[in-house]
Design a binder for this molecule. Structure first.
Ligand SMILES: Cc1ncc(COP(=O)(O)O)c(C=O)c1O
Length: 421
């Protein structure tokens, strides 16, 4: 099986793994920046193009600040994400607030920051107006096409999804906001997750372009930007092909010329909210082998667990594993690669073909740079790991320290003294 690339030679990776406490995350700054530039270049034809990086994918301000320098904005879904984005240099309309089931203080904070509010529901119009005492100058709605589109495994079928305004509601939403005096309008959707088939993204563009025309005709509202959401997948398996983004860009442009220019609605700004494809392939979870055991199956027990990376346990997701220094050895053993949680689904891989593994070997789990550390949790009182950045100059810096026991217990009361509520 072909191997995946490492950000450093395996000797240097091994040195790092022996120098730093494992498990830890390592991100490759150069690769992230090159990828961001490439994405911008691919869509440079699109008016006002911007990727609002989905903060949930990798909420680390060092990485977010690097993306901000490349012109990226931030897609946020919570108050802490809003604050982190501002702290990383993404401010005002460079922030998209795509929340759902939104608490009042989050609408308020997004409005005060001048972020673009992307409403998830028709009832949120009244709720937001009541909270703010006004309506923003700019508003966006998340559209859920329901039976008009099929979803995929992670995001689910649109008719089952909790997100967005329906086909019947969408035009009405814009009519209402126009009457309330909103001046600028956007249209958002997010109908796929981790999709590798580029035609899916092209069809989403076609759907939004057509809806822009319909909203103009039926509500008299000129949509100024469409937000394609995220959902561009990455090839987690070595034999998978990355999405053909050049094809996506070319076909989106052809449809833009046909539908948007053809309807006299040019210029229409185009933005994305991609997270996974921006940082996913450039993050690595590095872990040491604590035990190799044989029961009814052969097990490799790591010092990382699903509390560090839960995608395999949550979605049955594949993450490629490299055994450092054994890249050239035959994968002639079949292992379940496990963590130490008291949960039998705490497995990074099941029945994975790998070279023979020994205690203290170092395993690198690939494609962990998005929805990796950020999805971590503290079950079994497992402490969150540190994050490191391999800088463009070759140095390695810590960009988040590991959680300590004191951090973990910092919200608890041990003295049993009553606390007034
Ligand atoms: C509203 C929204 N936008 C963007 C994203 C980012 O998606 P991805 O990381 O697949 O690009 C997500 C992911 O869950 C999302 O919920």
């Amino acid at each position: 099986m072909s191997e995946k690339k490492l950000p450093l030679g395996h000797g240097q990776m091994l040195e790092l793994a022996h120098e730093l406490p494992t498990p830890f995350y390592l991100y490759d700054e150069k690769a992230i920046i090159e990828n961001a530039r490439n994405f911008n270049k691919l869509f440079s034809w699109a008016p006002g193009f911007c990727n609002y990086f989905a903060v949930k994918a990798c909420p680390n301000p060092t990485i977010m600040a690097a993306l901000a320098k490349e012109g990226f904005g931030a897609d946020c879904s919570s108050l802490p994400e809003l604050i982190l984005s501002e702290a990383s240099g993404m401010t005002g309309q460079k922030i998209m607030f795509t929340s759902n089931d939104t608490p009042a203080e989050e609408f308020k904070a997004a409005y005060d920051m001048g972020a673009i509010i992307n409403l998830d529901d028709i009832t949120h119009i009244g709720t937001m107006e009541q909270i703010l005492g006004t309506v923003p100058d700019t508003i966006c709605f998340r559209y859920n096409p329901g039976p008009n589109r099929t979803g995929n495994a992670i995001i689910g079928n649109p008719v089952e999804a909790k997100y967005g305004v329906t086909e019947d509601q969408v035009v009405e939403c814009y009519k209402i906001m126009k009457e309330k005096g909103v001046k600028h309008f956007g249209l958002h959707t997010m109908v796929a997750s981790n999709e590798l088939d580029g035609s899916y993204i092209v069809e989403t563009a076609r759907m939004l372009y057509n809806l822009v025309v319909r909203i103009k005709e039926e509500a008299g509202v000129r949509i100024e930007f469409i937000d394609m959401g995220g959902g561009i997948g990455i090839p987690y398996r070595p034999e998978q092909e990355a999405m053909d983004l050049q094809m996506v860009s070319d076909q989106m442009k052809a449809l833009y010329d046909e539908i948007i220019v053809g309807s006299g609605l040019d210029p229409l700004k185009i933005v994305f909210e991609c997270g996974r494809v921006m940082t996913g392939p450039y993050g690595y979870l590095v872990s040491k082998v604590l035990h190799v055991t044989e029961k009814y199956k052969e097990y490799v027990g790591l010092d990382a667990s699903m509390a560090n990376l839960m995608r395999p346990a949550l979605y049955g997701a594949y993450h490629h594993i490299t055994v450092l220094g054994k890249e050239k050895q035959e994968a002639d053993h079949t292992y379940d690669v496990t963590g130490s949680l008291c949960e039998n689904n705490d497995k990074f891989a099941i029945d994975r073909k790998l070279p023979e593994i020994k205690k203290d070997d170092v395993l690198v789990i690939h494609d962990a740079g998005a929805h990796g550390h950020s999805m971590g949790f503290n079950y079994n009182a497992k402490l969150r790991s540190a994050e490191y950045l391999l800088r463009q100059d070759g140095s390695v810096v810590m960009i988040r320290r590991a959680q300590t026991y004191d951090d973990y217990v910092s919200t608890l009361r041990f003295d049993g003294a009553p606390v007034e509520v």
